[in-house]
Design a protein around this ligand. Structure first.
Ligand SMILES: Cc1cc2nc3c(=O)[nH]c(=O)nc-3n(C[C@H](O)[C@H](O)[C@H](O)COP(=O)(O)O)c2cc1C
Length: 214
């Protein structure tokens, strides 16, 4: 079994979301117990940014070219995802949506004729579904009674992942992270409670996937 952790926070391992993501993955690894070992691959997309989408990539996408070197990065990231049984993403909210580093990963991974097909009915994902946990850190509130800003992050990311076939997505919100220590403590308490509630869901799905594979 393999888990892929994408850390998109410029705070790196100091990010609250990253720490919770690490806790979630530790639970996953422990819970594998006597089952198949769980290997974790980590990618820090903020510290090691992906190359931007350049003219060659854009031209290759729109000219139906394939097997070209411009897709090397895209291919590597897609294969990494294909080999993953569980996906964990930690992203801050940056200007109401995902971080630029995560957007770039999305631009490399959502590739027409490779990870999704364009059909008369719309885009159809070509990857298999896998349990996915997304931790979202935000300075203010974008969900619930205290929300004072729009949330273009969660609907967008759900749609983008769904486009390639990943629909088993759980979001864990860490809100109010710039509002002082008490607010951070409250966000972490709420998030840990949520994590305990649904950590079971991806784990079970993961085991189901592993059982089917054997
Ligand atoms: C460029 C930038 C844009 C941001 N935009 C928002 C925003 O739109 N809404 C919000 O609530 N917080 C925003 N923040 C605050 C971050 O979401 C907050 O610092 C959060 O803790 C980041 O999570 P992290 O610690 O995991 O990086 C922004 C921060 C930066 C640096």
């Amino acid at each position: 079994m393999r888990a892929l952790l994408l850390n998109c926070s410029p705070h790196g391992k100091q990010s609250h979301g990253y720490r919770l993501a690490a806790e979630a993955i530790a639970t996953l690894v422990q819970s594998s117990g006597s089952g198949p070992a769980c290997e974790v691959l980590e990618r820090d997309l903020a510290a090691e940014p992906l190359p931007p989408i350049d003219r060659g990539y854009a031209a290759a996408i729109t000219s139906h070219a394939s097997d070209t070197a411009v897709f090397d990065w895209s291919e590597q990231l897609i294969v990494e995802l294909e080999q993953t049984d569980a996906l964990v993403i930690n992203t801050p909210m940056h200007n109401f949506t995902v971080s630029a580093s995560l957007k770039l990963w999305i631009d490399h991974v959502l590739r027409i004729r490779r990870t999704f097909a364009a059909t008369p009915e719309g885009k159809v994902g070509l990857l298999r579904d896998r349990p996915t946990l997304v931790l979202v850190g935000s300075g203010g509130f974008h969900s619930g009674e205290r929300a004072r800003q729009p949330d273009f992050l969660t609907p967008y990311l759900r749609h983008a992942l769904g486009c390639v076939g990943i629909s088993s997505v759980q979001f864990l919100l860490l809100q109010g992270l710039t509002l002082g220590d008490d607010a951070v403590a409250a966000a972490l308490t709420t998030a840990r409670r949520e994590l305990a509630r649904f950590a079971r869901i991806p784990r079970m799905a993961l085991f189901d996937a592993a059982t089917r594979a054997t």
